[in-house]
Design a protein around this ligand. Structure first.
Ligand code: FPP
Length: 249
């Protein structure tokens, strides 16, 4: 039986509300292949990818998941053809401008993480504005990793801690996991419970390296533009069937 994804407004009955992941991260892979399979330019895959992301965000909110983090552009993605990079930067800017009103209505808090200073100035302004406007929103935390690299995030946390030590504000033996997390981009966001990757690749690709430590991984062959509520339901069912041991027996 095929499920009409638009009908899945309510949390599906087989999912346990008390065992939902608090924070879900998505590696949105396969936009290019989705377009190629249809004889379309790659950018069409990214456009459809935005629609898929919007629906998963709304679904997280509908079903009661506190945080969604999406990998939109990695530090390695600058190596793509210039037209594709330009298209993506323009797309991020346009989507932000177009969607801000709805994000406010839906009480979504937007956060961008990554080395944002290297992004086009006009995009940086749009990012600052959307983060400022949505700061007080509480229904869901939506984080977009842009020019993001997990190793780079860890290095910037180390630098920030080292500066505090150098200034005498902190002693080296005060550095523990909780303090370290406080210096990551994701400070203040719930623990990452589930990382989803579409299009079948079994890699983390430098995404949330620290945060993924005890998260469950879910990989599907579905290409990102086809990832809908029914697919998300499957990912959550799989997550709820796992026994999470956190290194214990
Ligand atoms: C990976 O597919 C996808 C990306 C690098 C871009 C993802 C960006 C979006 C879906 C837009 C998000 C927009 C906002 C505003 C957050 P790929 O191009 O690597 O696909 P392929 O592996 O099939 O080539």
């Amino acid at each position: 039986m095929t499920v009409n994804p638009t009908l899945l407004r309510e949390l599906p009955a087989d999912l346990k509300r008390e065992r939902l992941p608090r924070h879900v991260a998505v590696i949105m892979d396969g936009n290019g292949r989705w377009a190629k399979q249809r004889g379309l330019p790659r950018i069409m895959g990214h456009r459809r990818g935005v629609d898929a992301l919007k629906d998963i965000l709304r679904c997280c909110k509908d079903w009661g998941i506190q945080a969604l983090t999406a990998y939109a552009f990695s530090t390695e993605n600058w190596g793509r053809p210039a037209e594709e990079v330009d298209f993506l930067m323009t797309l991020f800017e346009r989507v932000l401008r177009q969607e801000l009103r709805e994000m406010m209505e839906e009480d979504v808090q937007i956060r961008f993480v990554g080395n944002l200073h290297a992004l086009p100035r006009s995009l940086q302004k749009e990012i600052e504005y959307s983060m400022e406007q949505t700061r007080q929103n509480r229904s869901i935390q939506f984080t977009i990793a842009t020019n993001y690299g997990g190793r780079q995030e860890i290095i910037q946390a180390c630098r920030s801690i080292a500066t505090q030590v150098q200034q005498g504000l902190l002693q080296p033996d005060e550095i523990d996991e909780a303090l370290f997390e406080h210096h990551l981009y994701t400070a203040g966001i719930s623990e990452l419970d589930l990382m989803i990757r579409t299009s079948g690749e079994m890699r983390i690709s430098n995404f949330l390296l620290w945060q993924v430590a005890y998260a469950e991984l879910y990989v599907t062959d579905t290409l990102w533009p086809d990832f809908n509520r029914a697919e998300f339901h499957q990912a959550l069912s799989s997550y709820q069937q796992r026994e999470r041991r956190f290194g214990k027996v």
